[in-house]
Ligand binder design. Structure first.
Ligand code: ADP
Length: 171
C-alpha cells in the first residue's frame, strides 16, 4: 500500500523520484508551481516539453492526462506534467481533477518511481476551493493501486497543509 505523507513549502526542494507539475495544456510553462518547476529544472525541462508538443502532443495535453519528461536540474529524475480542470461553479469537473492525480500516479508507476510528490492541482490560478481540492487529491490517490511506495502531498502554505491534514483524516 502506498504511504501518503504531507509536506509544507516549495515542492522543488523535496527529494523524490518524480515530481508532479500542475501544468497548463500548452506544456510551455506558466506561473505558480509550473513556473517554479521550470525555473528549478532549467531549460532541459522546457526543451523536453517542446519536443513532446512537436511529436506526440501537437494539440497540447488534455486536462486529466499526464506525461513525463526529464527533471533537468531538479533533485527528482522525472517531472510528470498533468493539467487540472479550471474550477467551475456551474459544472462538476471533479472527475477530471481526480483523473489528473490517478493518471500521474500511473505514469509514476510505469516509470518505476518509488517516491512521488504532488502539488495541490487546480488550487491556485485555476481557482479550485482548497478544501475540496485536498479531498479530491486524497480520494484519487488512495483509490489508485500502484507500486509507488510513498506519495508526498505538498501544501505551499499553511492553509493548504491544514486542508490536506483534514482530507487525510476525513477521506
Ligand atoms: P493551477 O493552475 O493548477 O491552479 P497553480 O500553480 O496556480 O496551479 O497552483 C496549484 C497549487 O500549487 C496552489 O495551491 C499553489 O499555492 C501551489 N504552489 C505554487 N507554487 C508552489 C511551489 N513552488 N511548491 C508547491 N506548491 C506550489
Amino acid at each position: 500500500m502506498t504511504a501518503l505523507d504531507i509536506a509544507h513549502g516549495d515542492i522543488t526542494t523535496i527529494a523524490v523520484d518524480a515530481i508532479v507539475n500542475a501544468a497548463n495544456s500548452s506544456l510551455l510553462g506558466g506561473g505558480g508551481v509550473d513556473g517554479a518547476i521550470h525555473s528549478a529544472g532549467g531549460p532541459e525541462v522546457l526543451e523536453a516539453c517542446r519536443e513532446l508538443r512537436a511529436t506526440q502532443l501537437p494539440d497540447g495535453l488534455t486536462p486529466g492526462r499526464a506525461v513525463a519528461t526529464t527533471a533537468g536540474r531538479l533533485p527528482a529524475r522525472w517531472v510528470i506534467h498533468t493539467v487540472g480542470p479550471v474550477w467551475s461553479r456551474n459544472e462538476d469537473r471533479s472527475h477530471i481533477l481526480e483523473a489528473a492525480y490517478r493518471n500521474s500516479l500511473l505514469v509514476a508507476h510505469d516509470l518505476g518511481a518509488r517516491t512521488v510528490s504532488f502539488p495541490l492541482i487546480s488550487a491556485g490560478i485555476y481557482g479550485w476551493p482548497v478544501d475540496d481540492a485536498a479531498l479530491r487529491a486524497v480520494t484519487a490517490l488512495r483509490g489508485t493501486q500502484t507500486s509507488v511506495e510513498t506519495v508526498v502531498l505538498v501544501g505551499y502554505d499553511l492553509a493548504a497543509v491544514d486542508a490536506l491534514r483534514r482530507a487525510v483524516a476525513q477521506a
